[in-house]
Design a protein around this ligand. Structure first.
Ligand code: ADP
Ligand code: MG
Length: 388
């Protein structure tokens, strides 16, 4: 993978794919984390004498909905960069090519939402060529979109000299490092809602990790496979067979696959639900497991504290509901305090860290949920492959 160190950008126009797919509220950016994550690349390229043309998607527009315009992002980025960021009225075309060619070094032009163009997600050749016509070189810093072969991630990279931006470079290096040369013991903590989303990652970690700790609703297909009662817990039927296979694989692989030994139950999914603690994992009818119990949380926290490398993806319970947040909080605090390398992936896990004020205390907080999982599964990411 080529990086910014391999590119000559002085006096050139650089098209940069960024991930500005941010939450909006009342016409303004509600959380600018993703915009700030792009600043190292943008600042470096401006200092090195490049003119910047930025391209990003926002949401899933069907018909150029004005509420999915990147205008609020242009405003926030102007504030963060301390320079005026112009918003182009579209993505490609003669007028936009002219504006791009008129840029002076250090100036920044943000293209409109690239998914206003139906060709984007189809990796359309005309759109990719239109994007390539705007610039001399291409940089991809949108790790969160790198698992998709789209015109702005893959097609355009084939048409211009290219490199990874600093953010994408760090994502790929850090995540590959976990698999290739982790400080041991390597502990993976996997939670969240659905086993089928993450079974391939669990599988991979069973081969390379010393322990895989399971939490969240993810544990119920495992318990079902072991013959336990799960009551009304969220238990993905299609997850039971993969869970059974993972249990078998763990037994052969020399990797400990750890499951909760106590749970916190609610009588329904809500912050005002009745709550009770269960020393065991057989959930009675009329109740659902909404968090791991305190004993499990302590056990997991000890594993994390003793690890050389920790990868965490997926909350331990319904952490959005305060009565069921303790398990996730305990794991988040353990990850934040761990002396080893700590890498966190997944949108909800990142949100949990933020909610507990711990986001800046991990070694690496991945910006790409789906992309980080696919990379760890061993899949090739088209957006990354195109940067070779
Ligand atoms: P991430 O985005 O970090 O990959 P997921 O999207 O897989 O995580 O899972 C997060 C969701 O899982 C949260 O909305 C959380 O409420 C839900 N969840 C976790 N544990 C449970 C549980 N025991 N019962 C119901 N929902 C759960
Ligand atoms: Mg999620």
């Amino acid at each position: 993978m080529r990086t910014l160190d391999d590119l000559d950008v002085d006096g050139r126009r650089v098209l940069i794919r960024v991930d500005f797919n941010v939450p909006l509220k009342d016409g303004a950016v509600a959380d600018d984390t993703r915009i700030r994550a792009a600043l190292p690349t943008l600042t470096e390229l401006r200092e090195r004498g490049a003119a910047l043309i930025l391209v990003s998607h926002l949401g899933r527009p069907k018909d150029r909905e004005p509420e999915l315009s990147l205008r609020p992002v242009a405003k926030r980025l102007s504030e963060l960069l301390g320079t005026d960021v112009q918003l182009a009225p579209g993505v490609v075309g003669d007028a936009i090519t002219q504006s791009a060619h008129a840029l002076s070094p250090g100036e920044v032009l943000l293209l409109e939402n690239v998914r206003y163009e139906p060709g984007e997600t189809k990796n359309d050749a005309t759109l990719a060529s239109g994007l390539a016509a705007l610039a001399d070189v291409y940089v991809n810093d949108a790790f969160g979109a790198a698992h998709r072969a789209h015109a702005s991630t893959e097609g355009v990279a084939r048409r211009l000299p290219h490199a990874a931006g600093r953010l994408l470079e760090r994502e790929v290096t850090t995540l590959n490092g976990i698999l290739e040369d982790p400080a041991k013991p390597l502990v993976a903590v996997v939670g969240g809602a659905k086993v089928t989303d993450k079974v391939a990652v669990i599988d991979r970690f069973l081969e390379v990790a010393d322990a895989v700790l399971i939490g969240g609703a993810m544990c119920f297909p495992f318990f079902k496979a072991q013959g336990h009662e799960v009551g009304d817990s969220l238990c993905e039927e299609e997850g039971i067979e993969p869970a059974r296979r993972a249990l078998e694989k763990a037994a052969d692989a020399g990797c400990r696959l750890e499951l909760p030994s106590d749970l916190v139950l609610g009588d329904r999914f809500g912050a005002d639900a009745q709550r009770k603690e269960l020393d065991g994992v057989d959930v009675p009818a009329g109740w659902m497991g909404l968090d791991v119990g305190a004993t499990t949380a302590e056990r997991y926290a000890r594993e994390i504290a003793g690890a050389g490398t920790v990868f965490w993806n997926g909350p331990m319970g319904a952490f959005e509901l305060e009565p069921f947040a303790a398990g996730t909080r305990a794991v988040a605090e353990a990850v934040a305090q761990a002396p080893g390398t700590t890498v966190v992936g997944g949108g909800d896990s990142a949100a949990a860290l933020q909610q507990f004020g711990l986001a800046d205390q991990v070694t690496h907080l991945s910006t790409g949920g789906g992309a980080s999982l696919e990379l760890l599964e061993g899949k090739r990411l088209p957006g990354v492959e195109a940067l070779a």
